[in-house]
Design a protein. Structure first.
Length: 278
C-alpha cells in the first residue's frame, strides 16, 4: 500500500508520494527571483536554510499560470456581462426607433453562449453557479422576437414597459450571477507550495500548485508505468515527462505521479549554476 497526496495544477490532478513531501504551505509571493530564461521558475525560497527553487507547475503543464488564467476568466466574465447590458440597450433602441435589431437572438450564438456551451471547470462552486445561467440567459435572448412583435402589434410603450420589467428582474438576476461567478473564480485560487524531498529531511524542489485535493491509499497495481515517447512536451526547462513516473487510476479518476528523484536528475545545468549562487 502507498500513501499519496493529490494536488490540482490547472486542469490536471498531480500526485506525490507522501514520503516525497517535506511540507506544504500557503504561497505568499515570497520567492526571490534569480536570473533565468525559464519563466516557469518563480524564484528561490530559503526554506529551512536551503535555497529551494520554486516552479509553477500549472505554467509547466499548461503554458500559463493559474493566476493568469483566473484573471483572464474574470475579465471574460466582465466582458460577457457588459455584452448583455448592451444587448438590451440595442433592443430598446430598435423598439424606439424602428431600426433593425442585429444582435444574436439565439442564446447559443452570442459570445457568452458559445463560451458557456464549451466551458469546463473543476471548480464545483463555479459549476453550480453557471448552471443557474441557463434559464435567465435564454429568457433575455427570447425578448428580441417577443418585444419587437409586441411593439408592432401593441405599441412601443407596452414593449418598453415589459423591457423595463425584464431589466429589473431577469437582467438583474443575470448580473448577480456574473458577480457570483467572478467571486467563485477569485476565491478558489489558494496557491500552495509543495516542498519535495529526497531524504525526508531537507527540501529538494518546491512546486506551486493551485490547491490541495485529497489523500489516498493506493495499491501498486493502481500505478501504471509512464513511458515518454517524446510526443509529450511541457513548458519550461525541466524535463517534466521524465519526472512523471506513473499514471494512477483510482475509482476511475486519473492523476500523474511525479517522482522528485527524477526531477533532480532532469535539472538543467544552467539552473544548477544559478542555484549555487542563490
Amino acid at each position: 500500500m502507498t500513501e499519496i497526496i493529490n494536488f490540482r495544477a490547472g486542469r490536471y490532478k498531480i500526485s506525490f508520494h507522501i514520503l516525497h513531501i517535506l511540507m506544504t504551505e500557503k504561497y505568499e509571493n515570497n520567492a526571490t527571483q534569480v536570473p533565468s530564461s525559464d519563466d516557469t521558475l518563480l524564484g528561490v525560497i530559503n526554506y529551512q536554510k536551503v535555497p529551494t527553487p520554486i516552479y509553477d507547475l500549472t505554467r509547466i503543464l499548461e503554458g500559463s499560470s493559474a493566476q493568469q488564467q483566473m484573471s483572464d476568466l474574470i475579465d471574460l466574465l466582465h466582458e460577457r456581462e457588459k455584452d448583455h447590458v448592451e444587448w438590451l440597450n440595442a433592443l430598446q433602441s430598435s423598439i424606439e426607433t424602428g431600426t433593425e435589431f442585429t444582435k444574436a437572438r439565439d442564446p447559443h450564438q452570442c459570445a457568452f453562449g458559445k463560451w458557456y456551451d464549451s466551458f469546463k471547470s473543476e471548480n464545483e462552486d463555479l459549476k453550480h453557479i453557471l448552471q443557474k445561467f441557463d434559464e435567465p440567459h435564454k429568457v433575455i435572448h427570447s425578448l428580441a422576437d417577443k418585444l419587437l412583435k409586441m411593439a408592432a402589434t401593441e405599441g412601443k410603450e407596452q414593449a418598453l414597459k415589459v423591457l423595463n420589467q425584464q431589466r429589473k428582474s431577469t437582467l438583474r438576476l443575470l448580473l448577480n450571477l456574473f458577480s457570483a461567478a467572478r467571486e467563485a473564480v477569485s476565491s478558489s485560487y489558494k496557491p500552495v507550495i509543495v516542498y519535495t524531498t529526497l531524504n525526508g529531511a531537507t527540501p529538494s524542489l518546491g512546486f506551486l500548485v493551485d490547491s490541495v485535493d485529497d489523500a489516498l491509499t493506493i495499491d501498486e497495481s493502481d500505478i501504471q508505468s509512464f513511458v515518454n515517447d517524446q510526443a509529450i512536451k511541457f513548458a519550461g526547462e525541466l524535463n517534466l515527462p521524465r519526472m512523471i513516473s506513473g499514471l494512477i487510476t483510482k475509482d476511475d479518476v486519473n492523476s500523474l505521479l511525479i517522482d522528485p528523484s527524477l526531477i533532480d536528475a532532469s535539472l538543467p545545468e544552467a539552473y544548477e549554476n544559478e542555484a549555487s549562487l542563490a
